[in-house]
Write a protein that binds this ligand. Structure first.
Ligand SMILES: Nc1ncnc2c1ncn2[C@@H]1O[C@H](COP(=O)(O)OP(=O)(O)OP(=O)(O)O)[C@@H](O)[C@H]1O
Ligand SMILES: Nc1nc2c(ncn2[C@@H]2O[C@H](COP(=O)(O)O)[C@@H](O)[C@H]2O)c(=O)[nH]1
Length: 295
């Protein structure tokens, strides 16, 4: 018979408390959206989000003091000791309704992050993914071969030419383009539309041709241009990445000149000197756009 290990149980309890505290900190800092946390709690009631007591969750939201939390619990018909993950269907619908009412003007937006090769679009997008999980990212399909370390379905969906043709014929792309005169890349329409319908903004890391197509079909999309601190630094980053041959680098730098000249078409330019700083600026633009009612 295995005896219970009180020390291990104590460590697990401390870990769980820390995880819940991290969720509350992220909510307070605006790094996680209240809807995102609630939906995760309902998908996985045993997750740190699901184990949060409802008053802890509400109390971590901006502008929610203890008095307002108490009143809201009464209005929503939720007992003080209830965990977020333990709410029943009706209570979840009430919380969803309240969250929608709190900020009815918040609109999910399509955000394009474009810019020349090797400026750091992928690096900045990855930083946003890790630090601001409330923002969704689209996974493009491409006919290019995977680089070492790239995972199918995570970095791209790597597809054959025939499969890409089929997706084009069946109108599965929101936009697509042949980039650097070589491989084809496209944004899947269904997953982006599903995220927008669910109330989430989606970040697309795509080329200039794709950005122009998005502007056509989504006039209220926000187009951000990521620029290098200098041309020499751009070349240094491309060479330093070491993933292209000399001829491929030349081809990419030719496209880069055209892309750099297109900056005035964008809503804003963000210079990528420091990754964390550039990522914060991208997120700030997204939050501002979400808060813009468009009136
Ligand atoms: N702010 C920065 N300072 C220094 N190096 C950076 C910075 N941002 C990105 N890099 C580096 O530059 C290289 C190119 O970055 P990345 O692959 O993210 O560019 P990209 O714009 O996605 O390129 P492409 O369009 O060719 O896919 C990488 O080696 C990355 O580590
Ligand atoms: N129009 C689109 N462009 C895309 C898409 N996904 C990526 N890209 C752009 O392609 C180049 C090259 O990317 P790499 O991974 O081969 O270095 C880069 O500018 C990307 O932003 C897409 O779905 N549509």
């Amino acid at each position: 018979m295995t005896l219970p290990d009180p020390a291990a149980a104590g460590r697990a309890a401390v870990e769980a408390r820390r995880a819940r505290a991290a969720v509350k900190r992220a909510l307070r800092a605006g790094q996680r959206g209240p809807r995102d946390v609630a939906e995760r709690a309902w998908q996985e009631p045993e997750s740190p989000e699901g184990r949060l007591r409802v008053p802890e969750y509400l109390g971590a939201l901006r502008g929610m003091g203890p008095k307002r939390v108490e009143q809201l619990l009464a209005t929503l018909g939720i007992a003080e000791g209830k965990r977020l993950g333990g709410l029943g269907g009706l209570q979840r619908e009430r919380v969803r309704g309240w969250l929608a009412d709190v900020d009815p003007s918040r609109r999910p937006r399509l955000i394009v992050l474009a810019g020349p090769t090797a400026v750091g679009k992928g690096t900045v997008a990855q930083y946003v993914r890790e630090h601001f999980p409330q923002i969704r990212h689209s996974v493009s399909a491409t006919t290019r071969a995977p680089r070492p370390g790239e995972i199918d379905g995570v970095h791209y969906s790597f597809v054959s030419d025939a499969e890409f043709d089929r997706m084009v014929d069946e109108r599965e792309f929101l936009e697509w383009a042949t980039v650097h005169n070589q491989s084809r890349y496209g944004t899947p329409r269904s997953s982006v539309q599903a995220a927008l319908d669910a109330g989430d903004s989606v970040l697309l890391e795509i080329d200039l041709q794709g950005a122009r197509q998005v502007r056509e079909s989504f006039p209220d999309a926000v187009l951000l241009f990521l620029a290098p601190p200098s041309w020499d630094e751009l070349v240094r980053r491309l060479v330093g990445r070491g993933t292209e041959t000399e001829s491929e680098r030349e081809r990419r730098l030719e496209t880069a000149k055209v892309e750099l000249a297109s900056q005035p078409e964008f809503d804003a330019t963000i210079v990528n000197t420091d990754v964390a700083e550039a990522a914060r600026e991208v997120v700030e633009r997204i939050l501002t756009a979400e808060a813009d009612s468009g009136a």
